[in-house]
Design a protein around this ligand. Structure first.
Ligand code: FDP
Length: 281
């Protein structure tokens, strides 16, 4: 029997071309909402169902949870996969970047970020790429139409010289402390915000810098989900020698009480994350 984590990564890689080719006819909103109360596109539901089918075929997968479903689907097995099947799916209408994000845990969900054994994302940009973090190493691949992974780099690390920043949320809703921090950042880095976390974080992985979606005045818990977005992206960025924070501590040290719990989220260059924590203290 092969390595079960590899089997999970392979299943996601081989599903990605189907997700991508199914996007064109699925840009309309469904009547329902996801458990966070957000409108769902037909593409969100389609990607979620494909991943559920493919992942639960693997003997080692004990459960599948996603941003698009209320509760964990359980099976016999050892590993639990939490996914955001289409992160940034509101970009589908405007035909901008989006992706599939996943984390593999060896504890039942919801779990701590320290229970992650692997994480990764597929980015549906002009080309399809995949990033996988495992054993403190991050690899980047180009995905061919049949899901074959071609290595771009075996050891992706954040560039030493930070260049870009992107922060979500409407500016009037930012707190005074966060606004003051952004004022200093914008004199040093250039703005890159595309509205899909994976796309924006991939710019940080490529060019160096910081991405964040802060707690807002009318929503102190922020927008992004700890289990489906916070943990995997923190695991990827920390494995690439960067840092993550919820404003106070590493996102990997946080355990959600609820599956769909939200969190302020910051990832990127360690120096910028340190300064952020000091600014919000
Ligand atoms: P989306 O609502 O399109 O799914 O997952 C939430 C998310 O996208 C992130 O990918 C993205 O960073 C953020 O929301 C964008 O939010 P804003 O529209 O408030 O900028």
């Amino acid at each position: 029997m092969g390595d079960p984590i590899d089997a999970i990564v392979e299943a996601i890689a081989s599903t990605a071309p189907e997700v991508r080719s199914g996007l064109a006819g699925r840009r309309t909103y469904q009547s329902g909402a996801n458990p966070s109360g957000e409108k769902q596109l037909a593409a969100d539901v389609y990607a979620d169902e494909l991943l559920e089918d493919r992942l639960l075929e693997i003997d080692a997968v004990a459960g599948y949870a996603s941003e698009e479903r209320e509760s964990v689907v359980h099976h016999e097995g050892r590993y639990y996969v939490a996914a955001d099947p289409l992160d940034g799916s509101s970009n589908l209408k405007s035909n901008n970047t989006m992706g599939t994000l996943f984390g593999v845990y060896d504890e039942p969900l919801p779990a701590s970020g320290r229970d992650l054994v692997a994480s990764g994302f597929v980015l549906y940009g002009p080309i399809t790429t995949m990033v996988v973090a495992r054993d403190e190493t991050v690899a980047e691949y180009v995905l061919d139409d049949d899901g074959t992974r071609r290595v771009v780099t075996e050891d992706l690390t954040l560039p030493e010289e930070p260049t870009v920043y992107g922060f979500g949320g409407r500016v009037p809703q930012w707190t005074d402390d966060f606004s003051a921090y952004v004022e200093s950042v914008e004199t040093e880095l250039k703005l890159r915000y595309g509205g899909a976390m994976i796309g924006d974080v991939n710019q940080v992985l490529t060019y160096g810098g910081i991405f964040g979606y802060p707690g807002l005045r009318d929503r102190p818990e922020g927008k992004l989900r700890l289990l489906f977005e916070g943990h995997p992206i923190a695991h990827i960025v920390e494995s690439a020698d960067g840092a993550s924070s919820n404003g106070e501590q590493s996102l990997l040290d946080c355990t959600p009480d609820r599956l769909h719990e939200r969190t302020p989220l910051f990832v990127g260059d360690e120096g910028y994350i340190d300064r952020l924590e000091t600014a919000l203290d």
